[in-house]
Ligand binder design. Structure first.
Ligand code: PLP
Length: 453
């Protein structure tokens, strides 16, 4: 299997050629999913005793599997949260793959860990956290939120033990009714109660609402979670007032900024994030709005020691790492073996500089505002909410879900755009999530026009 003969060289060149072609597309075809039956017929069984050979496997991938896989970096991909990695970050992802780096410990991955930590330190600086803040890149926001909440509860438990207090019958965490589904998932894993507090008319969770909720649940609450950019609308909760309540009561304050916290890089939207500096932990996903490839979530603790105390795994074969006193990224989240998934972002940031990132985020926000203006001007379209960041949600007068579905399917079949219907309060709508600097005003206009045909 480890051949460097001509066959191996041919395979390597074939792969490089494929990757080169993929990277040179502007843009890559959008593509679309196929049925299982179609794929079974055209790709066939590929896992055999003898192997089908690299050349054939690559052919199947290039001609059958890849075209059945949507390009999330296509400028017309506007559903969910797209992924728009810079060329530099994609290229460096190849280097990471070629390098077999273990990113879990300083002993094995010092150079890589140093570089990842530079990026985490920068994010902590942007959020005005102290220089001692730090953490780890995990797979995604779901794991980041879980890891932060586990650290929060561990800290609350330790406090109770230190003060000679008993444990509550049920640990509780507070978040908004608009918070991401991953918090509910984390609550289920942790067997805690999640108290969902209503948002105000602007869609925001406020300190006053949290304060009111605390009156009912008293001191069983170990964490308060604010969302810095809801996934549906891009709305930022009132971090300042929520953080003040949490800080005053000594309750862990976590900011879920998986999608939206990148908005703190733009001058125009920075004020929305006032109060993030009160956080005990926060997350932001580079694969969402920091122009990095899947999959990466930056998880940062104000006091990393609290993360380490909660997450360090102990085992005979690991003690040499644990006892070294080194900074081992594995100790700061629910993970052990890890790819140094922060490196593609590190390379791209080092290449382009922070200013380029500020400008890219700002350009997405401006485009969202511009297309919102256009939607407001059109009598047949209704803006569901004013965009705060780069998500634009609107309805088409008279349309029911079937109309949105048919329109969405047509756009995908044409290879123009991927805009799946969303909904709010039971009403279907269309939603643009704009995080790709290649997404143009002209393309968005074309998509709006396609609703009238
Ligand atoms: C996307 C998202 C998550 C989950 O992140 P994954 O990387 O998909 O696991 C959590 N919170 C918010 C606000 C999100 O937008």
């Amino acid at each position: 299997m480890h051949k460097s003969d001509s066959e191996g060289i041919a395979l390597r060149e074939g792969i490089f050629q494929y990757a080169r072609t993929r990277l040179e597309y502007e843009p890559a075809p959008l593509d679309s999913p196929q049925s299982f039956e179609y794929l079974a017929e055209h790709a066939g069984p590929t896992i055999t005793e003898a192997g089908i050979g690299g050349e054939e496997a690559l052919r199947v991938f290039e001609h059958v599997l890849a075209p059945a896989t949507i390009s999330t970096d296509h400028p017309g991909y506007l559903s969910f949260i797209p992924c728009a990695p810079t060329a530099a970050s994609k290229l460096f992802d190849l280097v990471v793959s070629a390098s077999a780096i273990y990113g879990g410990s300083w002993m094995e991955g010092a150079g890589a860990v140093y570089a990842e930590n530079e990026v985490l330190a920068w994010l902590a600086r942007e959020a005005n956290l102290p220089a001692s803040a730090g953490g780890v890149f995990v797979q995604g926001g779901t794991l980041g939120n879980l890891s932060a909440l586990v650290a929060a509860r561990h800290t609350a438990k330790a406090k109770r033990v230190a003060n000679g207090l008993s444990m509550p019958a049920q640990w509780k965490a507070i978040c908004s009714a608009e918070a991401h589904s991953s918090l509910k998932a984390a609550a289920a894993v942790m067997d805690i109660e999640l108290i969902k507090v209503d948002v105000d008319a602007r869609g925001k969770l406020t300190g006053a609402a949290v304060e009111a909720a605390l009156k009912h649940s008293s001191d069983d609450v170990f964490a308060i979670v604010a969302t810095a950019g809801t996934t549906n609308f891009g709305i930022v909760d009132e971090l300042e007032s929520i953080g003040a309540v949490a800080n005053e009561r000594g309750i862990w304050f976590h900011v879920d900024g998986a999608y939206g916290l990148a908005g703190m890089l733009a001058d125009a939207t920075r004020p929305l994030f006032a109060g993030v500096e009160r956080a005990d932990s926060f997350i932001v996903d580079p694969h969402k709005w920091l122009f990095a490839p899947f999959d990466a979530c930056a998880l940062i603790y104000r006091n990393p020691e609290l993360g380490r105390a909660a997450h360090t795994q102990h085992g005979e074969y690991l003690e040499t790492l644990t006892e070294s006193g080194d900074f081992n990224p594995s100790d700061y989240a629910y993970n052990l073996t890890r790819r140094p998934r922060g490196l593609p972002l590190w390379f791209s940031l080092a290449t382009h500089g922070i200013s380029a990132y500020r400008e890219a985020v700002e350009s997405n926000i401006k485009l969202a505002a511009k297309i919102a203006d256009e939607i407001r001007r059109r009598p047949d379209l209704l803006l569901v909410r004013e965009p705060e960041l780069s998500v634009v949600v609107f309805e088409k007068a008279g349309w029911v879900l079937a109309d949105y579905d048919a329109w969405s399917a047509r756009l995908l079949a044409e290879g123009t755009a991927f805009v799946v219907p969303s909904s709010h309060k039971g009403r279907p709508n269309a939603r643009f999530a704009i995080v790709n600097p290649e997404t143009s005003y002209e393309l968005l206009l074309e998509i709006l026009e396609s609703m009238t045909n």
